[in-house]
Design a protein around this ligand. Structure first.
Ligand code: PEP
Ligand code: MN
Length: 277
């Protein structure tokens, strides 16, 4: 890829390892990011964070600014949600990741979280990417559901060109004609991205499938295919979740997923970042 000037891989040793408060993403260890789709209250967030931490998650996720298809759906708690996230970080010690949708929110999101997420709908929001190039905090760049691998990598190059190479790519499913799943998880992008690009790559099997029961097999398949981690949605009461409850794992579902993650990682000679390492 001609225009992948900063991020193209030239050798095996070329990998960019993203450091999140000492936690390494893109090295030998698999990172598991887990938490609710949306932050709903301090009690909900803390209960979920403590549970996922006890089962081996290394990073907590939770949306405060939510990109919802319908303007009538829950839009997230905004800054109040960010404050809850930082309390969760203080109480559990887990780094936190949340989405930033608007350049005007970058400063406040940076104040309360460790990793900034660019959602699928914003993958080609070039003003946002350029601004994120100016910071040094890690960015999770989700693949747009209508975007090719090339477009995704060039979006990452926008951030890198500003000087921020702390980028984690996240495949979250692309839109195909298949309707049994919310999206289609493109597993083949993992080895392709690994070959072309220096960045770590993770997958989000929750948004990729939209079906709770197939999150685990797709998470394990991602790790087997070479992903550096996974990000999954977990909820204490999925039936009452304010967003994406149908694809959120219960605590026991997450524990079961982690058992599989440990086994697969061990089988391919990789460790687990954070708690279990
Ligand atoms: C999310 O992870 O909260 C999210 C909205 O995902 P995506 O941007 O992949 O739809
Ligand atoms: Mn969600």
């Amino acid at each position: 890829m001609k225009d992948l000037k900063i991020l193209s891989r030239k050798s095996e040793e070329d990998s960019i390892i993203v450091d999140v408060n000492g936690l390494k993403i893109g090295g030998n260890s698999i990172v598991v990011i887990a938490g609710p789709c949306s932050i709903e209250s301090i009690d909900q967030a803390l209960e979920i964070a403590k549970a996922v931490k006890s089962f081996g998650a290394a990073i907590f996720r939770g949306g405060a600014f939510k990109p919802r298809t319908s303007p009538y759906s829950f839009q997230g708690l905004g800054v109040e949600g960010l404050k809850i996230l930082s309390r969760v970080r203080d109480e559990t010690g887990l780094p936190v990741v949340t989405e930033v949708m608007d350049t005007r929110d970058i400063d406040v999101v940076l104040k309360y979280s460790d990793i900034l997420q660019v959602g699928a709908r914003n993958m080609q929001n070039f003003p946002l990417l350029k601004e994120l190039g100016k910071i040094r905090a890690p960015v999770i760049l989700k693949r747009g559901f209508m975007s090719t691998i090339e477009e995704w990598l060039l979006a990452a190059e926008y951030i890198a060109l500003g000087g921020n190479t702390n980028i984690i790519l996240c495949e979250r499913g692309i839109r195909t004609f298949e309707r049994m799943t919310r999206n289609t998880l493109d597993l083949s992008c993992i080895p392709i991205v690994k070959q072309l690009c220096r960045l770590p790559v993770i997958t989000d099997p929750s948004h990729a499938t939209g079906v709770r029961e197939i999150v685990k097999p797709m998470a394990l398949a991602s790790i087997a295919a070479g992903a550096d981690g996974i990000m999954v949605e977990v909820h204490n009461d999925p039936d009452r979740a304010l967003s994406d409850g149908f694809q959120s794992l219960t605590f026991s579902g997450f524990k079961d997923l982690m058992d599989g993650v440990v086994k697969i990682s061990r089988a391919i000679g990789r460790g687990i970042a954070g708690c279990l390492s």
